[in-house]
Design a protein around this ligand. Structure first.
Ligand code: ADP
Ligand code: MG
Length: 272
């Protein structure tokens, strides 16, 4: 059969039609007998920017750590680009995923943490080159080129040979972003990446995230307390409260015209 795509279908694709890049299906997570996430259902479309807001302890970090394979769901499914993350098929049956499967599916995901997590004994160029050479088996030459390109993108092209302790918090966080970008993820996770920074350094980091977001093609999940930023960048906002998505929609609704009472109280703290 000849594969024909009409221009309308193409437009639909560009307008992020079809299949979600990430899908959570009734995901639960407990630590001991504490139920932290109580049935998360969530589709993230290719290129979509999703902000996650909510009180401390509501499960924001846990949601994205499961996608980064740092925590295993207690039940439910997480599907990345059509592949089940935590389970794999073996002899026609679904069995728990092994390390190799997890590593493969997670290859589409990048994460930036609140506390940078850079390797202190490596230069920032080496920090960026490690994962592509070891995990993606990229040649050293190519990893170096790509790393320099990404470090230039985040405004650190003149710091390649510096060590993390020679950089400001804002610069460290930009290295962490370049390091994640070198892996060319389809989805980037940002966990309160500005909340450990001195206030005067927050702007430069948000600026870089904004630039990356404007490039468009990568989906992003941004856990943040920066409401103005979320209004600017996010296509959709989720309000997480006590382990459920209590409200979701465009920022103009969720942040600027919230319905949920607990969300209204929560937002008062940020918007005055
Ligand atoms: P948030 O990021 O919204 O502040 P978290 O996802 O970090 O919330 O945590 C949600 C709840 O799960 C909190 O009550 C927290 O104490 C608990 N929790 C998170 N990680 C663990 C863990 N590894 N062991 C036990 N409890 C945890
Ligand atoms: Mg958190």
């Amino acid at each position: 059969m000849v594969d024909t795509v009409t221009s309308e279908e193409q437009t639909a694709n560009v307008n992020k039609g079809l299949d979600p890049i990430v899908k959570y299906e009734n995901v639960h997570k407990s630590f001991g007998d504490v139920d932290v996430l109580k049935g998360i259902n969530l589709d993230i479309l290719p290129g979509e920017k999703v902000a996650v807001i909510g009180p401390s302890g509501s499960g924001k970090t846990t949601i994205i750590r499961m996608l980064m394979t740092l925590e295993e769901p207690t039940s439910g499914h997480i599907i990345v680009d059509g592949k089940n993350l935590w389970e794999m098929e073996k002899n026609g049956e679904l069995v728990p995923a092994n390390e190799k499967h997890l590593r493969q599916v997670r290859g589409d995901i990048g994460m930036v943490f609140q506390h940078f997590n850079l390797f202190p004994h490596m230069t920032i160029l080496e920090n960026c080159m490690t994962a592509p050479t070891h995990v993606k088996k990229m040649s050293k030459k190519e990893a170096k080129e790509q790393s320099i390109q990404m470090l230039e993108k985040v405004g650190l092209g003149d710091k390649l040979d510096n060590y993390p302790n020679q950089l400001s918090g804002g610069q460290k966080q930009r290295v962490a972003m370049a390091r994640a970008l070198v892996m060319r993820p389809k989805v980037m996770l940002f966990d309160e990446v500005t909340s450990a920074l001195d206030p005067e350094l927050v702007g430069e980091v948000l600026e870089v995230i904004r630039d990356i977001a404007n490039e468009g093609e990568m989906a992003m999940v941004l856990v943040t307390h920066e409401m103005e930023f979320a209004i600017d960048v996010a296509d959709r906002v989720l309000f997480l409260d006590e382990g459920v998505i209590a409200e979701e929609g465009p920022p103009s609704e969720v942040i600027q015209n919230p319905k949920n009472e607990r969300l209204q109280t929560f937002l008062h703290r940020f918007l005055g």
